[in-house]
Design a protein around this ligand. Structure first.
Ligand code: MG
Length: 377
């Protein structure tokens, strides 16, 4: 592997871990972070959490687990090309969705509404913060500390957004949101790799489900362009093979564009050390024309997939499950399993939110049935 760029995150410029530990043997600190994430409980739960389609709707749809692996793949390609820290982007990518509720955004919105209503001071629910809470506090795996005790830079990458109020509570990690400083290039890469991954796999899953059809996609310049290339290179190609060949070219074009544009941005700013990245404008970016195409794709998915009536029926039900679970546990914390019941003695609302956020789709459905299906007493 090529030597890291001088402004990449590395062990020598890392701000380290909250609890000091002996250095790892035969692997880097960031490999160790990645390994800790892969072995944690919240990571395994991603397999049964919705991306767009509820887990049991079909075996071939993306889940949060396969989504996270796709993000890691894209982020690693970009990081390696730019001589940035590949282990760090892998760790951030695999951890970025650990705090996601069951039922994707519908679950998060429902939980957020419940918390805001009942405990405005809690600041509501935010999946980014919950991912951080998962790796900082909730995982119980080590004798010496709560959570996974990850490096500062991994935690910085996980916390993509944060309100000023929450940032103040987070101390050092929250500082950049108050001082308008940028995270590492590695964190910036993961943010855009996330968008590349979900925009394209949601098109794929949307087509597979039949909720969107090819003719609609031809309205998108990027899709139409690549589909045409595929058709002229492989006359007669059709069906899933054509779709995959088109989508992979779209992803590849975006990754190549992003690497090129970012290289130009880096050359213009000429950073010497990591600190230069924190005070510069965001350097990881698409070119203007690709950015426009990405926006177009996002709008398309919003309009035709995320707000498709069949998806809305699912999300509507998901919201109900989450809010009814929340209300039941808040009204009577004795219904919580023992470890959360204990947590609820200190902070009722937070304990219920942690419990619900940790649920997989099918666990939430089952728990709802256990609490509300009177026929099953
Ligand atoms: Mg994601």
């Amino acid at each position: 592997m090529a030597e890291l760029a001088p402004y990449a995150v590395a062990e020598h410029n890392s701000r380290g871990r909250l609890h000091v530990e002996a250095p790892p043997h035969e692997r880097s600190e960031f490999q160790r972070d990645r390994d800790r994430i892969v072995h944690c409980t919240a990571f395994r739960r991603l397999e049964y959490k919705t991306q767009v389609f509820v887990n049991h709707e079909g075996d071939l749809f993306r889940t949060r687990l396969t989504h996270s692996i796709e993000v890691a793949q894209i982020a690693r390609s970009i990081a390696r090309a730019l001589r940035l820290n590949e282990d760090l982007v892998e760790a951030i990518s695999l951890a970025h969705d650990l705090g996601h509720t069951p039922f994707g955004h519908a679950g998060q919105d429902a939980l957020n509404d419940c918390m805001r209503e009942l405990a405005p001071a809690s600041g509501g629910f935010e999946h980014n913060l919950q991912s951080l809470r998962t790796v900082d506090l909730l995982e119980e795996r080590y004798g010496a500390f709560d959570g996974l005790n990850l490096c500062f830079e991994t935690r910085e990458g996980i916390l993509k957004h944060c309100s000023p109020e929450r940032a103040r509570e987070l101390g050092e990690l929250g500082r950049r949101f108050l001082e308008q400083r940028r995270p590492s290039l590695e964190a910036q890469i993961c943010d855009l790799a996330d968008a590349i991954a979900y925009n394209h796999h949601d098109v794929d899953d949307g087509l597979r489900s039949g909720l969107i059809v090819l003719e609609q996609l031809d309205a998108l310049a990027a899709f139409a362009r690549h589909r045409q290339d595929v058709a002229s290179e492989f006359p007669g190609i059709s069906g899933r093979r054509m779709i995959h060949e088109t989508l992979r070219r779209m992803i590849n074009a975006l990754v190549v564009d992003l690497i090129g544009e970012t290289r130009r941005n880096i050359a213009a700013v000429a950073p010497q050390v990591l600190e230069d990245i924190h005070v510069a404008a965001p350097l990881v970016a698409f070119s203007e024309s690709m950015r426009a195409e990405q926006r177009e794709l996002k709008l398309f998915l919003n309009e035709y997939l995320y707000r498709h009536f069949q998806v809305l029926r699912m999300t509507n039900k998901a919201r109900r499950i989450v809010s009814e679970l929340f209300a039941a546990f808040i009204n009577d914390p004795r219904l919580l399993p023992p470890q959360y019941r204990k947590m609820a003695q200190d902070d009722n609302v937070r304990a219920v939110a942690d419990y619900i956020a940790g649920m997989t789709d099918r666990y939430a459905i089952r728990e709802h049935r256990r609490l509300f299906a009177v026929g099953e007493i």
